[in-house]
Write a protein that binds this ligand. Structure first.
Ligand code: ADP
Ligand code: MN
Length: 174
């Protein structure tokens, strides 16, 4: 493995705070925020629009092809509400953000989510779906779940990820 910078996944249920964390983390560290949403849209890695869910039907192979070169170089912060599709060999840290269901409800309501999507996402958060997916897809040592209810949580999370990055660089110095 020849990455000089690690790749980090920031995952979790929609509304949990992935994009907010990724943007701030990219600012602080110089790592690249890779918004899978944006790539799916811009590079048309989808098989059309799901009207009921109001979201793209993602073509995962095409999406992985679109990010492969960047991921192999390292230094990516992958922002996506799933994590089991990325090759294990690409990934150094998986952060699963967590939020209380009342807070999540309010955040998704503000986004005008369709009721079916809103309810499914809240159930998914309550049932730890993304955390379980992360544990099933990666070694437990590289998976961490962090609370994202408040801006204080977010600050603490960013400090923690930054400290992890510093350590990774020391351990992988050539
Ligand atoms: P995601 O990318 O996971 O869907 P976002 O980063 O877009 O989530 O956040 C959804 C909304 O919740 C935004 O309005 C954001 O400002 C807010 N938010 C996210 N994380 C926190 C947090 N830890 N504390 C307070 N507000 C947050
Ligand atoms: Mn987002």
């Amino acid at each position: 493995m020849s990455r000089t910078l690690p790749n980090i996944i920031i995952t979790g249920t929609p509304g949990v705070g992935k994009t907010s964390h990724c943007e701030l983390l990219a600012e602080r560290t110089g790592l690249r925020h890779v918004s899978i949403n944006q790539i799916v849209k811009d590079r048309e890695c989808h098989e059309g629009w799901d009207k009921e869910y109001e979201s793209w039907i993602v073509d995962e192979d095409k999406m992985l092809d679109a990010i492969e070169d960047d991921a192999k170089k390292g230094g990516c912060i992958l922002d996506w509400h799933a994590c089991d599709l990325f090759p294990k060999s690409w990934i150094d840290l998986v952060v699963v953000l967590r939020v209380g269901s009342a807070t999540l409800y309010d955040r998704l309501k503000l986004r005008n989510y369709p009721e079916i999507k809103l309810q499914e996402n809240i159930d998914s958060e309550i049932m730890d779906v993304l955390y379980q997916e992360a544990l099933e897809s990666y070694d437990a040592e590289i998976v961490v779940d962090l609370q994202s209810n408040t801006s204080e949580d977010m600050d603490a999370n960013l400090d923690r990820i930054e400290a992890w990055l510093k350590q990774w660089k020391e351990n992988n110095a050539q």
